[in-house]
Design a protein around this ligand. Structure first.
Ligand code: ADP
Length: 259
């Protein structure tokens, strides 16, 4: 039977040492064309979950599949062409220009002599355009603002051509215009059939824009579903231990939190 899930985590238990697991029996999937948001308190294991999904951190127990295939059966090249992972701490990339960093996203396509082909260069130019950073292409990455650097590494992920994109709090450094640009781009990516799993603390953004939300707490998925099921005062009180009011967005009626 074909597996429509780009990413599927089944019963994942994982951590940074054998004696201390961070994730406990996590099940989660992201489908083709889906924008899923992963929320939860600090330290609940969200970044760790992305590291497992990206194949960076092996699971102690359970299975990760990408496009229906076990992650550990994929070569490094296949993995790089399937999944892109934007971590929270973006590298400074000293000595590299924006264009050089973006074309690095094509490393898994490099031919025998390690040279980029016109196809690679055109994929990088396309990614620069889509992230609206052509004007920054020849600037050193180390001189850019946090928000600009965010776009550079997003462009690198696009150049990579991955079907699954894992984003760890990508909205942190963004002003409202950049945020709106990112949301528009995310919609385009999912419309192209890519899947997005985004870790975010912005419950309002998740409730308005994600197709599905999952809450991770203490290394366990405690709820998964649409915003109506998840953005509820009782559940949020249990998860975050704080009183959180829920109101309706005046434009689309989606649940929104008000502190
Ligand atoms: P979140 O993203 O939800 O804030 P993390 O996945 O970053 O949570 O962290 C979950 C737990 O794993 C925390 O207790 C954190 O201290 C621990 N942790 C995170 N990264 C490492 C690491 N590289 N080595 C050891 N422990 C880590």
């Amino acid at each position: 039977m074909p597996d429509d899930n780009l990413l599927r985590l089944r019963g994942i238990t994982a951590g940074y040492s054998a004696s201390h697991n961070v994730l406990h029996g996590v099940n989660l999937s992201v489908g083709s064309g889906e924008f899923a948001a992963l929320v939860g308190p600090n330290g609940s294991g969200k970044s760790t979950l992305l590291a497992v999904a990206a194949g960076y951190l092996p699971a102690q127990v359970g299975e990760v599949t990408l496009c229906g295939r076990p992650l550990n059966s994929l070569s490094a090249t296949e993995r790089a062409r399937t999944v892109a992972w934007l971590t929270q701490e973006l590298p400074n990339a000293p000595g590299y220009t924006v264009r050089q960093v973006v074309v690095l996203g094509r490393y898994s396509y490099l031919k025998d002599f390690g040279t980029y082909t016109p196809v690679d260069e055109s994929a990088a130019e396309d990614a620069l355009r889509r992230c609206d950073i052509v004007r920054l292409a020849d600037r050193p990455v180390s001189e850019l603002s946090g928000g600009e650097r965010q776009r550079v590494f997003l462009a690198q992920a696009l150049a990579q051509g991955a079907r699954l994109m894992l984003f760890d709090e990508p909205t942190n450094h963004l002003d409202p215009a950049s945020l709106s640009y990112l949301l528009k781009l995310l919609k385009e990516l999912t419309a192209e059939g890519r899947g997005v799993l985004m870790v975010t603390h912005d419950l309002n953004l998740a409730a308005r824009h994600a197709d599905r939300m999952a809450i991770l707490s203490g290394g366990r998925i405690v709820a998964c579903g649409g915003p109506e099921e998840l953005v509820r005062p009782k559940l949020l009180r249990e998860v975050y231990g704080a009183e959180i009011n829920v109101v309706r967005h005046p434009v689309d009626g989606k649940p929104q939190i008000l502190l």
